[in-house]
Design a protein around this ligand. Structure first.
Ligand code: FES
Length: 109
């Protein structure tokens, strides 16, 4: 599989998460305060909650339901109750296009 357009860079709001779905794979895409774009699995590993409905804090995304924050770099939860990581996807930019290959997860652990 190849990288596909997830959204436009100009569609992203700094420090907010946007839910996208590529080939049925839900992802939370975040433009952080350093201008870096991240993509992690959108489903919290503690419950069936969309992480993109949560809160960006630095380079983490916090689930609104019970407060586990997931690293945007490693996918690991930084605090309980979640203890399993979410996948992290490689993001490439091509002009205004944010490209993600849903079949490639970064080995960051
Ligand atoms: S559902 Fe996300 S922390 Fe509980």
């Amino acid at each position: 599989m190849t990288a596909q357009r997830a959204c436009g860079l100009s569609d992203l709001v700094q420090d907010e998460a946007r839910r996208v779905e590529i080939d049925g794979v839900p992802m939370a895409v975040v433009l952080d305060s350093n201008g870096e774009v991240h993509a992690i699995g959108d489903t919290c590993t503690h419950g069936d909650i969309s992480l993109s409905e949560g809160f960006v804090d630095g380079d983490s995304l916090e689930c609104w339901a019970h407060g586990s924050a997931f690293s945007l770099r490693t996918g690991k939860p930084l605090n309980l109750p979640a203890y399993e990581p979410v996948p992290v996807y490689a993001v490439t930019l091509d002009g205004d296009d944010v490209l993600i290959d849903p079949s490639v997860t970064l080995d960051v652990n």
